[in-house]
Design a protein around this ligand. Structure first.
Ligand code: NAP
Length: 307
């Protein structure tokens, strides 16, 4: 254990980005006893957290000025860049020796750029993207994949362990984002496979409900068949994880794959289907809405009958 480990009761945390994931994560840090100052672009989540005991900040800089550690949980690289390096950004106020933990999913390349910029002013950075979704954030049961230096990771462990059930240092700066890209490749391919299987069952005249139940006990059983399969059967796609964010994540994976010279053919195809959902107005639907694409590609009942 390090003497300078961040601990509840002593460490002040600035938290920027209070969406589906950020708001419950900030709540868990408050429940653990950390002193939390919050900022978000829109105001509602800030007000809810202030009612629960957080301090409000009018800008990322104001959140950072009151903090030893700043956590950001934002949609994309452009948002993280703006919040960290922009006008009234975190970098203008986070003191030397401070730590930025970026828990958003962005590319490893942008992560390394940000870390180098911050390092020049004596601020350290960890990339710590997560898996586990909204429920994992609420239950503090996230899987957290960390990139950065080991001493920074050890100092931050008491914070991260209040947010996740499995916290792993993967490697150097950017390695957490590479692990997250790998995660999103597996999740996308599996959702697509579940969508295809359940659509196949339905159009073969077999109840997909029974197929899902049976398969959950075998080799094809998975959390995605359970959770996303349920959403597909109910045709309810409240996020969850927004289609547009998974489309963004697969873009990150494909960029990394191009650099590494690895062909990700399934990932490229599923990204096209996610893009089609965005184009038809389902960008904010849960990514299980991939079932809608498979359904559309399967044609109408009339068309099938006239085959
Ligand atoms: P989200 O619900 O869209 O929340 C993002 C939040 O960031 C919003 O509250 C937004 O404010 C705020 N924001 C955006 N730009 C800002 C700025 N310039 N200054 C201050 N606040 C700003 O997204 P999310 O689902 O929580 O996802 C956040 C990150 O976690 C993404 O990178 C995503 O890929 C990743 N992730 C999500 C899940 C999931 O299941 N949702 C799971 C794992 C990882 P507004 O209210 O004004 O829009």
């Amino acid at each position: 254990m390090s003497a300078v480990e961040y601990s509840p009761g002593e460490t002040r945390i600035g938290f920027v980005g209070l969406g589906i994931m950020g708001e419950p994560m900030a709540r868990n840090l408050m429940a653990a006893g950390f002193d939390v100052t919050v900022h978000n672009r829109s105001r509602e989540a800030v007000d809810r957290l202030v009612t629960a005991g957080a301090k409000p900040a009018g800008s990322p800089a104001a959140a950072a000025a009151a903090a030893d550690v700043v956590i950001v949980m934002l949609p994309d690289a452009a948002d993280v860049r703006a919040v960290v390096l922009g006008e009234n950004g975190v970098a203008t106020a986070l003191r030397e020796g401070g730590l930025l933990i970026d828990m958003s999913t962005i590319s490893a390349g942008v992560t390394r750029e940000l870390a180098e910029t911050l390092e020049r002013q004596g601020v350290r950075m960890l990339d710590a993207p997560v898996s586990g979704g909204q429920q994992g954030a609420v239950d503090a049961a996230l899987t957290i994949m960390v990139g950065g230096r080991e001493p920074d990771f050890e100092r931050a462990r008491p914070i991260l362990s209040m947010l996740g059930a499995k916290v792993t240092l993967i490697g150097e700066c950017g390695a957490g984002q590479v692990a997250k890209a790998c995660n999103q490749v597996i999740v996308a391919g599996t959702i697509q496979a579940v969508a295809e299987a359940l659509t196949l069952a339905r159009h073969s005249g077999v109840d997909p409900e029974h197929v899902r139940d049976a398969l959950l006990g075998g080799l094809a059983g998975s959390k995605i068949l359970e959770v996303h399969g349920r959403r597909m059967l109910d045709d309810t796609f409240e996020p969850g994880f927004k289609t547009r964010l998974h489309h963004k994540d697969l873009g990150i994976a494909l960029e990394a794959a191009t650099e590494a010279g690895v062909p990700l053919s399934t990932t490229a195809l599923v990204r096209q289907f996610l893009g089609s959902l965005i184009a038809t107005g389902d960008g904010d639907a849960d990514h299980a809405a991939l079932a809608r694409v498979v359904e559309r590609l399967s044609g109408s009942d009339e068309a099938r009958e006239s085959r």
